[in-house]
Ligand binder design. Structure first.
Ligand SMILES: [Fe+2]
Ligand SMILES: [Fe+2]
Length: 174
């Protein structure tokens, strides 16, 4: 079944959003480094790589289906002066919640077009969004649990620096 135009377009738009996510997390990683959270900066850099993989998964799926991809300009992430490390992770959670809404919209477009194969492929992304939101919630909880105590927060930052990019974080197109 040839992918319908509205599904193709929705996938293309989602590719752009995943690249935007990558840029946002790259900017956050830099902020964390600049503000002396090297472990968190590493964690966010791994997240940047995950977002690149999300975009690549969608791109490869469109190649697999034999339809054209519209590559669009990626917005510059606002260079925010995040107030503190908590503000960074709260920003990341808010962004992931937005991404979840958008992924669900792409699923709805594919379902409406009767493209069951695309819906099945997107299942991976739907499940992934649960993990992405949960990760940021855990980060927020850990900063709050540290309650401004620098010893605890330093240990937590060290632990954040141990995150490893895993192949399981890569969607399988076909
Ligand atoms: Fe993503
Ligand atoms: Fe993930």
């Amino acid at each position: 079944m040839k992918m319908k135009e509205e599904v193709r377009k929705a996938f293309s738009t989602q590719i752009n959003r995943e690249y935007y996510s990558a840029f946002l997390y790259l900017q956050m990683s830099d902020w964390l480094n600049q503000n002396n959270w090297p472990g968190c900066a590493h964690w966010m850099y791994v997240q940047y790589k995950e977002e690149l993989a999300h975009a690549q998964g969608l791109f490869e799926y469109l190649q697999y289906r034999g339809v054209e991809v519209d590559i669009d300009k990626v917005d510059k992430p606002e260079k925010k002066e995040w107030e503190n490390v908590l503000g960074v992770f709260e920003g990341a959670l808010a962004h992931e919640q937005q991404i979840t809404t958008w992924i669900n919209e792409v699923v709805d477009i594919a379902a409406k077009a009767g493209d069951k194969a695309a819906v099945l492929f997107l299942d991976w992304y739907v499940v992934e969004q649960v993990e992405e939101e949960a990760n940021q919630e855990v980060n927020i909880d850990n900063v709050k649990a540290g309650d401004g105590m620098s010893g605890i927060l330093r240990r937590w930052d060290y632990h954040m620096g141990k995150r490893v990019f895993s192949g399981e974080d890569i969607p399988m197109p076909g």
